[in-house]
Design a protein around this ligand. Structure first.
Ligand code: FPP
Ligand code: MG
Length: 457
């Protein structure tokens, strides 16, 4: 089943992608009308946006405001009824975040590369440092930062507010910190492959690679200093502290199941979520938003980030290497017990000693993989991801109604339902994306009960 972003011209689904639930998707090219039938598009700041209508209180669902619940529910149900090659019946149209921010995101990788190039005369250092800024990433962090910036600006100053240059800088800084951490991570994990190409550590020696990561971080630090905001400096410095601590925590494990889950959640916050949460907080601070709005932005990012990482951990068990652009079951092979394994322990306690020895004995990885699939660990992980996604959507719905605020809600759904966003990039300006979707992840009553047990521990 494929879901086509409503405003894309054409989409190509890669050869036999394996979806999250094992459905095969054939390679094909799908042409889609640019403007789906429905209400006339809104024009905002001279840009054509999709109109989103909100529904009444009856649309509310677990823990969400009616507008957010309605938008997400409509999108989710449209996914269920969509087959590859046909336009989803959106009912009402949904804002496409990437389309909405096309002008803001345009050239963001070029700008990062220029910033790095400007700061070195070492050709090789520049080549290594710019290796991952090739436009093949999801640009999720810059997209979310700019979306929040525009949504908060609209919330505080109204319709005529503009994106501040400093807020776009934060979007770039966020992607730079992310890439610096990935470069270090690839050395630590001895990775082979990232984003469909050899990872950086395969091509250059580890000393040079580590320094290239440091260099990106150093240039990002200069950019932070130029923002001339102590508060933003503190918030973004916290991210780097968290990243290092999160990665460090991952090297250790805890004895008991309860400690392990808490350890996993804290590690996840530090390693993945802090960057997203603090970046959106930084753009809110730059906007001049009050404390409550900055906190709302932070909590949106925190919940979105947790949802993102939980989905990532899930996909490591169910997606194909081709769809992921990196090997799967990689976490087990690295000795890591992520949410699916931790949930599976409830039913299969024999996983506990394997976790303690970090799946190092012969057959551990295969056995753990099998037990996770036999347990309800994947469903429980998906439910937890959904819970955080819904919370993020609920928070976004509290901002003033605007296309950006709507797109923040839609982003929670993109994160939850992603397998891989296949992007065909034509010099950044035109990007074609297909999100291969799975199913409407409505939790069962038992899923709810099981997950809340884990949260209480
Ligand atoms: C990817 O994890 C790695 C991270 C999200 C952060 C790694 C952080 C460090 C190495 C600390 C140093 C930080 C800086 C800023 C220099 P993963 O291995 O789970 O994901 P992957 O499958 O994409 O590699
Ligand atoms: Mg890694």
């Amino acid at each position: 089943m494929a879901c086509l972003s409503p405003s894309r011209l054409c989409a190509r689904v890669q050869d036999k992608l394996m979806c999250q639930f094992g459905h095969k998707v054939r390679r094909q090219t799908v042409f889609v009308k640019l403007k789906p039938p429905g209400p006339t598009p809104l024009r905002i700041f001279g840009r054509t946006c999709q109109r989103v209508t909100t529904c009444g209180p009856a649309c509310g669902s677990a823990g969400m405001g009616p507008a957010a619940a309605g938008a997400v529910r409509r999108l989710a149900s449209s996914l269920q009824s969509t087959s590859t090659g046909s336009l989803p019946d959106y009912g009402t149209q949904i804002v496409d975040p990437y389309r909405l921010l096309e002008d803001d995101l345009n050239g963001i990788y070029e700008d990062i590369r220029s910033e790095l190039e400007r700061n070195t005369n070492q050709a090789e250092l520049n080549t290594i440092a710019t290796y991952y800024f090739d436009g093949q990433g999801k640009a999720l962090r810059p997209m979310v930062a700019i979306l929040m910036a525009r949504a908060v600006n609209y919330h505080v100053y109204g319709e005529n507010s503009a994106l501040l240059p400093s807020q776009r800088q934060v979007a770039m800084i966020s992607e730079m910190i992310h890439s610096a951490s990935l470069i270090h991570d690839d050395v630590i994990d001895q990775s082979d492959f990232r984003r469909g190409k050899p990872s950086v550590n395969v091509l250059w020696n580890h000393k040079k690679v580590a320094m290239a990561g440091d260099f990106i971080l150093a240039v990002a630090s200069m950019m932070i200093a130029r923002l001339r905001s102590d508060e933003v400096t503190l918030v973004l410095s916290q991210v780097v502290t968290d990243l290092v601590q999160g990665e460090f925590m991952q090297l250790g494990s805890k004895e008991t199941e309860n400690e392990r889950f808490a350890h996993y959640l804290t590690k996840t916050y530090r390693k993945t979520t802090s960057l997203i949460a603090n970046s959106v907080k930084a753009v809110a601070l730059l906007s001049g938003a009050d404390e409550a709005t900055s906190e709302l932005a932070f909590q949106y990012g925190r919940n979105l980030g947790l949802s993102f990482q939980l989905v990532d951990d899930l996909l490591d068990f169910v997606s194909s290497a081709q769809a992921m652009g990196k090997p799967t079951a990689a976490d087990l092979r690295l000795g890591l017990a992520t949410a699916p394994v931790l949930f599976a322990c409830e039913k299969y306690p024999e996983l506990n000693p394997m976790i303690m020895r970090r799946f190092q004995e012969a057959g551990d990885v295969e056995k753990a993989f099998e037990l996770v699939h036999k347990s309800r660990g994947l469903e429980q992980t998906r439910f937890l991801a959904r819970k955080h996604g819904l919370e993020a959507a609920r928070l976004a719905a509290d901002l003033t109604d605007s296309p950006y605020q709507k797109a923040l809600v839609v982003t929670t759904d993109l994160v939850l339902n992603r397998i891989k966003c296949v992007r065909v990039r034509v010099r950044v300006r035109v990007r074609v994306r297909v999100c291969v979707r799975v199913r409407n992840n409505v939790p069962t009553h038992n899923e709810r009960a099981n997950t809340s047990n884990v949260y209480r521990q």
